[in-house]
Design a protein around this ligand. Structure first.
Ligand code: DPP
Ligand code: ZN
Length: 876
């Protein structure tokens, strides 16, 4: 396939100041007439043809300035339209008519139907599946859209921008016109038509603009959109207060659809959402669903400035809008909830998803320099590491200069298709700092490691710390340069008191941040009156791994005393991981796991420390997951041994603290009615971790079964069901609960996804047969991304022992399923396939089975570009 390179960027030869689209919607034969005002760019020679992108298009007619083009004036294929013999002055009107079949479109990009609703998904390159166009993010145009459909089928007709005329036509059809005054790239185009319910509200911006808000959902589900509406209004207000950004149209609409490849899409004025990120009520959504809705609603709304008003020059700059917008939604959630707990959740997510990506065959820079399929670069590196890079800029500059730089970014680049260089420049101009070394974060793939040694001299009262950074080779990048890494720190004396140095020598230290810039640097702190324990990487100030000399005693000290909850949690995790990995090796060698009392005692202290908030205690009591332990081991992974090691620790903690856990479980029982706020969510999280421990200690499913039965909310119900399936497998109690869940929610596919997930995650060999059986369930369909992710995604990326079976049956099943999905929805198939990216870290038997299954996929003819790209890079 073709490879695209960053350095090949060239502006377009033609500009399209105005785009008029006319859609005559019919379920199988939709006619799209596009009228483009085109201008050859100054300096471009007259003979240059106009070449437009297409994808599986059927051309009906082309006209220039009203005259139908003869056959020899253009060359049309399904994926390209080349027009020669253009008017000499280079200014003309181009009319293109195409015909598309929304019903047959199972890729869910371009124009398709989801449960009888017409909708579009154009990012990254879906617009070219609707009409021939210069389908690239730097081609900005002002859109006017006319949508026409049968009134009975589609009483609702939506597109971007502000509403204009509408009217009734003959034959039971009607139309609506939408105009978006803000020039935009084609990937932000959207259209929705169908029969949907709505909730409405209003928002008045800081400067007094009145905005009508609408959230459209399936009839009957309106009440489940109220939380999303609340989150939207909070997002609009927050962006004004924190970033000074106001909304810029008279309406803002959100539509929830049930077949969607991504989480949601930020189309100008008309966000289209996966219904998973809109619909919630206490009975059907968990606390984490609520948090997800709040975050995604905010994320898409924030794109209005970071993505839409300022877009990307080309897709290599994807992190320009995504990393920045993730950073913004993280900050929003931190302000809405507990900042430390939110930050720990981000760090957990980064380590669980981005670190393995950076350590494996799919590693790529935050701004990649080449791709074969852009859809494969909507990754946690671009999104989550991209956000970490923005966070580091703020840590390096401080909040005031960061805000000054952001203001300059909006002022200087509003209306532009910008680059990472533009973004870095605004911070350099606002602060006077040289960020050229820092910019390596966008170019060098891989997770840097910091090896830290230190020394305290009582006589001179000086503390010295030496940090050496290293970065392993990644695909296509053999040698790496030292980066600018901000290490936020404190030196802690007895009881966690911060010791302030009198002076610092060596490299640059500003306030509480060590600026590491050389491969190896020494920093020396004077006036330190006692031997300190360094608290390093506070707030997780850089996406790096640490190798330090901290002893078990130091780590336990930090876990007990560090006032930064992130480093406190990090110290505890490091202590537990050391034990869990050494036990996994013992279990693999046929020896029993060993547990010391000190870890058990420490976990107990945290569990019962009522000065800490419940959500934080819940995070600490959640023992690192099987995949966390696998990542720590890094090589020769045996998931069965890991499960054994993990269960041994959980069992020991459960037994030691059973009585106090039981008391806490009772005390944490919900009083009053369910509220999806941070405090309530924290209490439920803690109580549900305790439920797992208690069920193990009691060796009985009774408590979980009772919680399942009595729960008045989905958080407690789903947690109880999880304990039943995880701990009591195929028991009567488990089967009974699964049946009750199905009986109650069997008509609601979105809720039933939880039922698919929980069963796909059942540990051990039996999960595969369970998954095969569930694929025949009447609600299951490989055509629907949410269902597919719930069953196949959870199994392959979440079930360590069930998927990575020693006999390779999990991989063989997966390969066969990926090939089936690839024929319908390549984007989804490619995304799921990344579950196998860490195959080389398994022990030899599993590794060989994995390689074989990947090779089965790779040798298939007729693979999509999407899957071919992933499988070939994974095997390379
Ligand atoms: N809709 C996806 C997101 O917001 C892609 N832009 O991240
Ligand atoms: Zn985004």
């Amino acid at each position: 396939g073709q490879v695209f390179h960053l350095e090949d960027y060239k502006p377009t030869d033609f500009l399209v100041p105005e785009t008029h689209l006319d859609f005559r919607l019919h379920s199988e034969r939709t006619i799209v007439k596009s009228t483009l005002q085109i201008k050859r760019r100054e300096g471009v020679a007259a003979g240059i043809p106009l070449i437009l992108d297409g994808d599986e298009l059927k051309l009906v007619e082309v006209r220039i300035d009203g005259a139908v083009l003869g056959d020899n004036a253009y060359v049309a294929t399904p994926d390209r339209l080349e027009i020669r013999g253009l008017p000499d002055n280079g200014v003309f009107t181009l009319e293109i008519t195409t015909e598309v079949d929304p019903t047959a479109n199972r890729q869910l990009t371009g124009l398709y139907r989801s449960s009888n609703v017409y909708c579009t998904q154009c990012e990254a390159e879906g617009f070219r599946r609707i009409t021939y166009f210069l389908d690239r993010p730097d081609l900005l145009s002002v859109y006017t859209v006319r949508v026409e459909a049968a009134q009975s089928e589609a009483p609702l007709l939506l597109s971007n921008g502000n509403p204009g005329d509408k009217g009734i036509l003959a034959d039971g059809r009607h139309f609506a016109i939408w105009h978006d005054p803000h020039p935009k790239p084609s990937y932000l185009f959207a259209l929705v038509a169908g029969d949907l319910g709505v909730i409405t509200d209003t928002f008045t911006t800081a400067s007094g603009r009145h905005v009508d808000l609408g959230i459209y959902v399936e009839h009957g589900k309106e009440a489940r959109a109220l939380y999303a509406m609340d989150a939207l209004k909070r997002s609009m207000k927050w962006d004004e207060e924190v970033f000074g950004r106001e909304y810029d149209l008279d309406v803002f609409n959100i539509v929830a659809v049930s077949d969607f490849n991504m989480g949601a899409m930020e189309n100008k004025g008309l966000n289209v959402f996966n219904d998973k990120y809109v619909l919630a009520d206490p009975d059907t959504a968990t606390d984490s669903d609520y948090a997800g809705i709040e975050a995604v609603i905010a994320h898409e709304y924030f794109h209005n400035w970071t993505g839409n008003r300022i877009t990307c020059r080309d897709w290599f700059q994807l992190c320009l809008k995504e990393g920045l917008t993730v950073y913004r939604d993280h900050e929003f959630s931190a302000d809405m909830r507990s900042r430390a707990v939110k930050r720990i959740a981000e760090v957990k997510g980064l380590k669980a998803h981005q670190f393995p990506e950076d350590a494996g065959p799919l590693a790529h820079a935050v701004r990649p320099r080449q791709y074969r399929e852009i859809n494969n670069f909507y990754t946690s590196t671009v999104y989550e590491k991209g956000s970490e890079v923005v966070r580091m800029i703020r840590t390096i500059l401080g909040p005031d200069l960061f805000r000054k730089g952001m203001d300059l970014y909006f002022e200087r680049h509003d209306g532009d298709a910008a680059t990472i260089e533009d973004f870095i420049k605004v911070f350099e101009d606002a602060s006077g700092e040289d960020l050229s070394q820092f910019a390596l974060w966008y170019d060098q793939a891989g997770t840097p490691n910091l090896a830290i040694t230190y020394d305290y001299d009582q006589a001179t009262r000086s503390f010295e710390i030496e940090i050496e950074q290293s970065l392993k080779p990644t695909p296509g990048q053999q040698s790496k340069k030292p980066m600018h890494i901000p290490v936020q720190f404190a030196l802690l004396g007895a009881k966690g008191r911060e010791l302030k140095p009198r002076s610092v020598k060596g490299g640059l230290v500003r306030d509480d941040v060590i600026h590491l810039r050389k491969r190896k640097e020494r920093f020396s702190f004077s006036g330190i009156s006692e031997r300190p324990v360094p608290s390093l990487l506070r707030g997780f100030s850089a996406p790096v791994t640490l190798t330090s000399e901290l002893t078990r005693t130091d780590l336990a000290f930090l876990a007990r005393n560090d006032s930064d909850e992130v480093t406190r949690w990090q110290a505890l995790t490091q202590l537990l991981n050391a034990k869990l990995t050494s036990n996994a090796k013992r279990v693999r060698g046929g020896k029993p796991a060993t547990i010391e009392n000190s870890s058990i005692k420490l976990l107990g202290e945290i569990a019962f420390n009522i000065s800490l908030d419940e959500a934080f205690r819940a995070l600490c009591l959640s023992i690192p997951s099987e995949s966390d332990i696998a990542r720590e081991l890094g090589a020769n992974i045996d998931p069965d041994a890991i499960l054994g090691s993990r269960d041994a620790l959980i069992g020991a903690v459960a037994e030691a603290h059973a009585a106090k856990f039981e008391q806490a479980y009772d005390e944490l029982e919900q009083r009053g009615s369910f509220k999806p706020d941070a405090a309530g969510a924290g209490r439920r999280a803690l109580r549900n971790v305790l439920l797992d421990y208690l069920s193990i200690a009691e060796g009985s499913s009774k408590r979980a079964a009772a919680q399942f039965k009595n729960a008045d909310n989905m958080t407690d119900r789903a947690a109880a069901l999880g304990v039943l399936v995880q701990r009591f497998g195929d028991s009567d109690a488990t089967n009974h609960a699964l049946q009750a869940f199905e009986a109650r929610f069997g008509n609601d596919p979105l809720v039933m996804d939880k039922w698919f997930v929980v069963q796909a995650m059942q540990p051990g060999k039996g999960a595969l047969d369970k998954v095969r059986e569930l694929m025949t369930h009447k609600l299951f369909s490989l055509d629907n991304p949410n269902r597919t992710r719930a069953l196949i995604g959870a199994f392959s990326s979440g079930n360590q022992t069930g998927f990575n079976r020693a006999d390779g049956a999990g991989y063989a099943f997966f390969a066969e399923t990926i090939l089936t999905i690839d024929k319908k929805n390549p984007q989804l198939a490619a995304r799921l396939l990344t579950a196998m990216r860490s195959w080389r870290s398994f022990e030899p038997v599993r590794r060989e089975h994995a390689r074989h299954s990947l090779a089965t996929i790779a040798t298939e003819t007729g693979l999509s570009t999407d899957v071919r790209d992933i499988v070939e890079r994974t095997l390379a």
